[in-house]
Design a protein. Structure first.
Length: 114
């Protein structure tokens, strides 16, 4: 294979992974009747969607500037609130920072009725 086809195959793989990771956020937003649920598909705009669904001010985004810990705390806070809004136990939000487990948890929150 040449570099062009390798790049194309890699790009297709990235798109597939992005779609698989984004489906739960879209479904959660859609089921909660968020008027802008389609923003889940747009990189960076989906961060605004998560803040809006969690009812958090964008000021909390400043936690990203605290190395490592800030991002983890922010992710946990966002997902705990989003999960609470789906009438599921908030501790599931902690699982969203664990790689691979977060994918299963996201699909559980999105597709399993409480």
């Amino acid at each position: 294979m040449d570099n062009g086809s390798d790049f194309f195959i890699g790009l297709i793989k990235l798109i597939i992974i992005y779609v698989i990771e984004t489906i739960p956020l879209f479904v959660i937003a859609y089921r909660s009747q968020h008027p802008l649920s389609w923003l889940a598909w747009i990189p960076l705009a989906n961060i605004w969607l998560m803040f809006d669904m969690a009812h958090l001010s964008f000021v909390w985004l400043l936690l990203i500037f605290v190395p490592f810990v800030g991002s983890v705390i922010l992710s946990i806070m966002l997902w705990m609130r989003i999960v609470e809004n789906t009438n599921k136990p908030s501790w599931l939000g902690f699982l969203m920072v664990i790689p691979v487990v977060n994918l299963a948890t996201g699909y559980y929150v999105a597709f399993v009725d409480s």
